[in-house]
Design a protein around this ligand. Structure first.
Ligand code: NAG
Ligand code: NAG
Ligand code: NAG
Ligand code: NAG
Ligand code: NAG
Ligand code: NAG
Ligand code: NAG
Ligand code: NAG
Ligand code: NAG
Ligand code: NAG
Ligand code: NAG
Length: 524
């Protein structure tokens, strides 16, 4: 029975993903295709999606975890972790994977094509980065085109409630109600396919005073004004993601300046598609930062808290990370830039961007695109996004920041240092279990084996990062003891890798430890 439940979930996930296929990153063509605006075509749902029902099922997340794991523990030895619900091993972001899209939203709300005609087209324009090439500046435009159906507040509250555990929208304070409703509205949107997207670019004026802090020492671009149309229409899921060479029109060459140039990007036909593009010099340092549990308090390892912190409560910084980042932004060389890379679903991007730009230096952004074909691709999304930015800036160096409670970080970050040994300047990982005893998720440090032990640091408090000479390669704060063993770490069980015997390495081993921890929790 337990297995059946997990299997149903897997089916729901794969069916949802069955609507999509590989990530859309079409190569730019020399001659932009002739495009015309067409009425959005709604693709038939591959499965009947009853949002309410599915989410209600998920509301029992803790029971799900327990029952999923009981079943898992029973069958341990024969199963390699595939029966374990993904949110158990990968946290809430993975659990959010199966958010409804397009036609699923329409059928779950009982709305029809015509109902949306009167609604304005909106565009999520994700702040892009650009590299300097022989053809000039090359900007990665990325985002999503959608419409927001009109949904009554009662209905929105019903929908929001299924994301909350042991509470409801009615019980929240008013400001939290507003955020829960806003986020729910941004999930229940209808993506628009085959839409032509045009942008206009112009220099982004310097923010007066303390406005958007830093962004390194980025400057207002001394040119670059133009309009352009993306070479492809939006995909079936409303996404666009394409590198487009732009006209210089007075921009500085990327190989002849140390400054990051900023351009405003306006999407034609909507006031919702504004973004800032960051044109990065060929060389320099880019901070790539995860957000949850390092730039804000999320507690993704505690589902009830994680959901409240994501859905309702205002985003709050973790310790004094904003000061650490502001100092980096002020004191690092001019060629420094910031990039925020989270695998939170695209639908929640605005909430994340809004928080980041109020709290941290300006920079480009990446979130989980919608267009994925299967779970195996979806689970490697972080690596995919990291590879893309590393390959776009082969001469730049990267400082990678995140926390240990994130399983894909723990494999992808050290892997980047193995794969691109000259491009990783430092890896900083917040040791979440050191300050938060609620975090019982095991994590795996085996990826760090073989890396220069002075190139990464497991830190405990934000202040541990202050005063490091990162530009000159100082990644280690000597006063923070590092005692890393390479393998699965499960503090609650006193497991710290396998320093004595053979190396722990297979996924099965990780799953085994996960099951042990879970078994322990169930018996608590
Ligand atoms: C910068 O790049 C442009 C285009 O590739 C090239 O023409 C120019 O000579 C380069 N400048 C330097 C200083 O290398
Ligand atoms: C909710 O959305 C409205 C309209 O976009 C916005 O004005 C408001 O600030 C948002 N509130 C919160 C708490 O996110
Ligand atoms: C996803 O992207 C691929 C490659 O660009 C494209 O062929 C496919 O139609 C897209 N699928 C969806 C569902 O948008
Ligand atoms: C922008 O959109 C308007 C209609 O909304 C259209 O008339 C105009 O041609 C578009 N401009 C570009 C550059 O695509
Ligand atoms: C986007 O930019 C336009 C032009 O400056 C402005 O009118 C509009 O209010 C901006 N939209 C938002 C959401 O800030
Ligand atoms: C950094 O950029 C600022 C603004 O353009 C400039 O005044 C300063 O000289 C630059 N510093 C260096 C070291 O290039
Ligand atoms: C610029 O980025 C594109 C897309 O990632 C990449 O293919 C290209 O090699 C990069 N160009 C340079 C000169 O780094
Ligand atoms: C994280 O902190 C815990 C508790 O202090 C410690 O047992 C563990 O070894 C640390 N992990 C790493 C990788 O430093
Ligand atoms: C190292 O960590 C300590 C404790 O958080 C902090 O006070 C100090 O500023 C950090 N930096 C250096 C370079 O020691
Ligand atoms: C940030 O820089 C200011 C001014 O240089 C300094 O007073 C402060 O201690 C620094 N804070 C941290 C956390 O590094
Ligand atoms: C380092 O970790 C090992 C294994 O957990 C432990 O036995 C040892 O006492 C630790 N050493 C220090 C100096 O903390």
């Amino acid at each position: 029975m337990v297995h059946q439940r997990a299997t149903q979930r897997a089916l729901l996930l794969s069916a949802t993903f069955g609507l999509a296929s590989a990530v859309a990153v079409p190569e730019p063509t020399a001659v932009p295709a002739k495009v015309e605006v067409r009425a959005p075509i709604v693709t038939p749902a591959a499965l009947r999606f009853d949002g309410r029902h599915s989410y209600l099922q998920k509301r029992d997340i803790i029971d799900d975890i327990k029952s999923g794991v009981e079943g898992y523990v029973e069958s341990i030895g024969s199963v390699l972790g595939t029966d374990l619900p993904s949110f158990f091993t990968d946290g809430i972001p993975e659990w959010f994977q199966s958010l409804p899209t397009g036609s699923e939203v329409m059928s779950s709300l009982g709305i029809e094509d015509g109902d949306l005609e009167a609604q304005p087209t909106e565009v999520l324009n994700i702040p892009p980065y650009a590299n300097w090439t022989n053809q000039g500046w090359n900007v990665r435009f990325r985002g999503n085109v959608y419409k927001m159906p009109e949904i009554s507040q009662d209905k929105i509250d019903d929908l929001a409630n299924v994301f909350l555990i042991d509470t409801s929208v009615e019980e929240l304070p008013p400001s939290q109600q507003e955020q829960a409703r806003n986020l729910t509205r941004s999930i229940f949107i209808v993506q628009q396919d085959d839409v032509e997207v045009s942008m206009s670019l112009e220099p982004a004026p310097m923010q007066g005073g303390d406005g958007e802090p830093g962004g390194g020492n980025s400057i207002e671009a001394p040119g670059g004004a133009q309009t352009l149309t993306l070479p492809y229409e939006t995909t079936e899921l409303g996404d666009f993601d394409v590198f487009v060479p732009i006209e210089s029109n007075g921009l500085l060459n990327g190989n002849e300046t140390n400054n990051v140039q900023r351009l405003n990007v306006y999407t034609n036909g909507t006031l919702t598609g504004n973004a800032t593009a960051f044109l990065l010099p060929t060389q320099g340092i880019t901070f790539i930062s995860d957000i949850d549990d390092v730039l804000r308090v999320t507690k993704i390892y505690d589902p009830k808290e994680g959901l409240l912190n994501s859905f309702a409560r205002p985003f709050t910084p973790w310790e004094n990370m904003p000061e650490i980042y502001a100092n980096w932004s002020r004191t690092m060389p001019n060629d420094t830039s910031f990039h925020y890379l989270t695998t939170t679903p695209e639908q929640a991007t605005r909430l994340y961007m809004d928080y980041i730009y109020k709290t941290y230096p300006g920079g480009s952004f990446d979130t989980r695109p919608l267009n994925f074909s299967d779970i195996s691709v979806a689970l490697s999304i972080r690596k995919f996004l990291l590879d893309k930015i590393f390959q776009t800036f082969p001469e730049r160096k990267f400082v990678l920041v995140a926390d240990t409670s994130n399983r894909d970080v723990m494999s992808a970050y050290p892997q980047m240092a193995h794969d691109y040994p000259n491009q990783v300047q430092c890896i900083f990982l917040r040791n979440t279990s050191a300050t938060d005893s609620d975090n019982w998720f095991p994590y795996d440090t085996s990826g760090f084996e073989g890396l220069n032990s002075r190139s990464y640091m497991f830190f405990v408090h934000a202040d541990d990062l202050s005063g490091l000479d990162i530009a000159n390669g100082q990644c280690l704060n000597e006063s923070i003891p590092q005692n890393v063993t390479f393998g699965v770490q499960a503090e609650v069980l006193g497991i710290h890798g396998d320093s004595a015997g053979g190396k722990l390495q297979s996924g099965a081993t990780m799953s085994f430890v996960v099951a042990l921890v879970a078994a322990m929790l169930i018996t608590l």
